[in-house]
Design a protein around this ligand. Sequence first.
Ligand code: PHE
Length: 348
Amino acid sequence: MKIEDLKKEALQKLEKSASIADLENIEKEYLGKKGRIRELSLSLKDLDLEERKQAGIKLNNLSNSLKEKLELKRKMMKLMQIQEKEEKEFLDITIPSPKIKRGHIHPLSLARKELEDIFTHLGFSIVEGPEIEDEWHNFDALNFPLNHPAREMQDTFFIKQRKREELSQNEKLILRTHTSNVQTRYMEAHVPPIKIIVPGRVFRSEATDARHEVCFYQIEGLLVDENVSVANLKAVLESFLQEFFRNKEVKIRLRPSYFPFVEPGFEVDMSCLVCNQKGCSTCGKEGWIEILGAGMVHPNVFKNCGLNPKNVTGFAFGVSVDRLAMMKYKIDDIRWFHSGDLRFLKQF
Ligand code: PHE
């Protein structure tokens, strides 16, 4: 009777066990050296031989079947543990990853690229030059007199150099104020015909406002050959603007102006696309917007670059990429470009 009770009790505990630790406790309690089965078998010595034998067999069977059952349950629990772990740590490498958001080309790069395409189709090569320039190439070679106001502190970023006043014009460094520095560099090194554009960054120590930045982009154009005329200049400017604004109606007009490196020099206006020349706030009711400087290359510039002005003629122009981009994409403030504001940049 006692054996049956013990068996019942052990099986119940086994039934309720929920962890490997539970199983170990049961094993120790019933099958251990000082366990309940052992305890019971020691108490058999008072029985007579036959009864002792029968009880011994029963106890032995109980011990064996309990061992087996414990082993079975332990195996099941281990399997379940592994399964749980696998479920927790499961990594499905076939799930598509979250989409990486696409970046945007900056509107200035967009405009620059488009301008480069237009001019290469017109037969111009793309040339670059240094942003840190010497005064000779930025000013003197371009026929700027030494006392020209453009050199003064409010316009030019001068670079601190030891004993600057003792250096030659070729050694005094500045941040270039226009891309015209590459006109002189290129003419020094190449023989005509020359047909280049020079995209690049320029720097001016100015107060910034909606239309002015200390750093902006220009594209310089230079064409040098025999018998170049203002008519050629006008034709190139008109067709590039018509292309850039995808509008055959774009007209330009030249107004006489002064740049030391051209003669005659012009400020070039284009017809206002916002109001179709009816007059609006963008063009100040003029119907025209000033967008570039241009002119016929000054004989002194040719001389300074080692070319004979009797043999060659040429035109040059300089246009702000920022202004063109502002007109094309209808941007009302130049400072947006360098603001790093994603709300602005994401529109392009
Ligand atoms: N370099 C002049 C500027 O930055 C523009 C210009 C270029 C004018 C070429 C005439 C010819 O204002």
